[in-house]
Design a protein around this ligand. Structure first.
Ligand SMILES: Nc1ncnc2c1ncn2[C@@H]1O[C@H](COP(=O)(O)OP(=O)(O)OP(=O)(O)O)[C@@H](O)[C@H]1O
Ligand SMILES: [Mg+2]
Length: 269
């Protein structure tokens, strides 16, 4: 199962990715986290690694090379797919070279690429690489991929989600978060993703949870769970260190169980 975690900036995507990863590990899965956010670089830390992996973008020759290949494909009228970025048709997790992956127990982390300098150009090559990597990545029964997506909706324009089977939209009380959630929902449904769910995050009270659920229900968005505002999460974001204790961790674990059980009931296409 490949799960993409999306939503507006700052809603809690990386936090939820990290808690889903430890929940899935506890359930016996081998988890590969894919850092597909080209702007923020702190995911490795909240997953408990002391160094980030070398970005996969470097493995394929760097952003300039990917961009040249994209331009050639467009101008020659060939398909937009960048078939030669990763030469293999199928990638298994063990194919990823050491250094491009951080690993602890049954948790692994890869990173697509980061924008590091001003004026270095757009992040389109990262989107293409994310899409092609996820498309070729073949999973065993006990493997689970969780993608920490960049904020907003641009990744849908780049087709990054074309080969994920589940999209989890993180929604927080402010109204624009609902609007972005609605947009993501329709984009994900539009490319045929069967499992599209919203998860409420940083919820301060049951009343707010109920109101958010009503708003999402009016938009025909299925809410898979509710994660409360948790001082433990906030504390660890200041002090650093791995997330894993506290109310939110238990709630994310319930979300994971619901996702796994709903996805297993979907007829396979
Ligand atoms: N349930 C929660 N309770 C308390 N604080 C939370 C909760 N979820 C996330 N946070 C805090 O909210 C902030 C933003 O979270 P996070 O970085 O996970 O968001 P994000 O959506 O990944 O942001 P970005 O779009 O910048 O990547 C962090 O300080 C995090 O600790
Ligand atoms: Mg993030």
């Amino acid at each position: 199962m490949k799960i993409s975690v999306c939503g507006k900036g700052g809603r809690g995507k990386s936090t939820i990715v990290s808690l889903l990863a430890s929940g899935a590990q506890a359930r016996g899965y081998h988890v590969l986290v894919v850092d597909s956010d080209e702007s923020n670089s702190g995911l490795f830390r909240i997953l408990g690694f002391d160094q980030p992996p070398t970005p996969l973008m470097e493995l394929v020759g760097g952003k300039k090379k990917v961009k040249r290949k994209m331009t050639r494909d467009f101008s020659s009228g060939e398909s937009e797919t960048v078939m030669t970025i990763i030469m293999q048709d199928t990638i298994v997790v063990d194919d990823i070279p050491a250094g491009y992956m951080r690993e602890r127990d049954n948790l692994r982390l890869v990173c697509i690429g980061k924008i590091l300098q001003s004026l270095e150009g757009c992040a389109c090559p990262m989107g293409v690489l994310s899409r092609e990597f996820l498309k070729r990545l073949s999973l065993k029964e006990d493997e689970l991929v969780i993608v920490d997506m960049e904020a907003g909706v641009e990744h849908f324009g780049r087709g990054v989600e074309t080969s994920v089977d589940s999209v989890l939209i993180v929604v927080e009380p402010p109204f624009e978060s609902l609007e972005v959630g609605e947009k993501i929902h329709s984009l994900a449904a539009g490319i045929g993703i069967k499992n599209v769910w919203a998860v409420l995050n940083k919820v301060p009270s049951e009343e707010i949870a109920r109101r958010l659920e009503e708003e999402l229900d009016e938009r025909n968005i299925d809410v898979i769970g509710c994660i409360h505002l948790d001082p433990e999460v906030f504390k660890s974001s200041i002090e650093g260190g791995v997330l894993g204790k506290g109310r939110a961790a238990g709630e994310v674990r319930d979300v994971l169980d619901s996702m796994l059980s709903k996805a297993s009931r979907q007829p396979s296409s």
